[in-house]
Design a protein around this ligand. Structure first.
Ligand SMILES: [Zn+2]
Length: 246
């Protein structure tokens, strides 16, 4: 589904628009000219649907050469191996995400707890995927007409990165699970979820300038996206904690 010139939503689950597997996060695709760049991969259970949506939107999946992961959680990084097997693309991730994804470390993404709680199917397996490009904080990658800046944003998970994507026309913040519409966040009962780190990351994001906020669940904003960061910061400034979406 095209959402802006050269920008598509090609995957989304039940915390979004029910396009692909219910567990999938939003999967965004940017047309960079000769090549396509995808942000987050979904769980892997909806990979064929994601590729079918691309074809329906007139996008040749063979042109998807780059995949950036915001973090390793199953609904974002679990599908990396599935896209890699089908497309042979280059996976980009921060160092901690790369460590988890490259070996398929289920404990590191709290998958045993998620399965035990019934949140994930008991037969779900996190397949390891090679990460071809390990990002450092502040690194800017140029891909065709796109500039992608990697921004470390731990808190929701210890390994989380956001990405600032600049096209010739516009800047998009790929928010992952760090910040959502209305200034909300996701706090979970997981070993590496941290309120102080979450707040520090939101304050870091407040220093960036962008028009669109493309988060990994719920609504996205194509303009005035910074208002969601500002809404979170207004609560933080009063010593509060932004509300969690779960
Ligand atoms: Zn997550």
């Amino acid at each position: 589904m095209q959402i802006d010139p050269g920008v598509y939503l090609v995957g989304s689950g039940q915390f979004g628009f029910d396009m692909t597997d219910p567990f999938d996060c939003h999967v965004y695709l940017f047309d960079a000219g000769e090549t396509y760049v995808v942000f987050d991969a979904g769980t892997g259970m909806g990979t064929d649907q994601i590729l079918e949506i691309c074809r329906r939107d007139g996008l040749d999946p063979a042109q998807i050469d780059h995949l950036f992961l915001t973090h390793a959680h199953s609904d974002h990084g679990g599908g990396a191996a599935h896209l890699y097997q089908r497309l042979g693309l280059t996976v980009y991730a921060g160092p901690d995400t790369a460590k988890i994804v490259s070996v398929g470390d289920e404990a590191a993404v709290s998958l045993p707890a998620a399965k035990a709680s019934g949140v994930y199917p008991s037969d779900y397996a996190y397949q390891p995927c090679p990460v071809g490009h390990i990002l450092t904080g502040g690194e800017v990658v140029q891909i065709g007409s796109l500039q992608v800046e990697a921004i470390p944003t731990p808190g929701h998970s210890h390994d989380h990165y956001c990405y600032l994507v600049a096209t010739p026309e516009k800047r998009y913040l790929i928010g992952g699970d760090a910040i959502f519409f209305g200034g909300k966040i996701i706090l979970q009962n997981t070993y590496d979820c941290s309120v102080p780190d979450t707040i520090a990351s939101i304050q870091r994001l407040a220093g960036y300038s962008f028009e669109a906020l493309l988060s990994a669940h719920l609504n996205f904003s194509l303009n005035h996206g910074q208002r969601h960061i500002e809404a979170a910061c207004a609560i933080i400034d009063q010593l509060g904690c932004p509300p969690s979406i779960i």
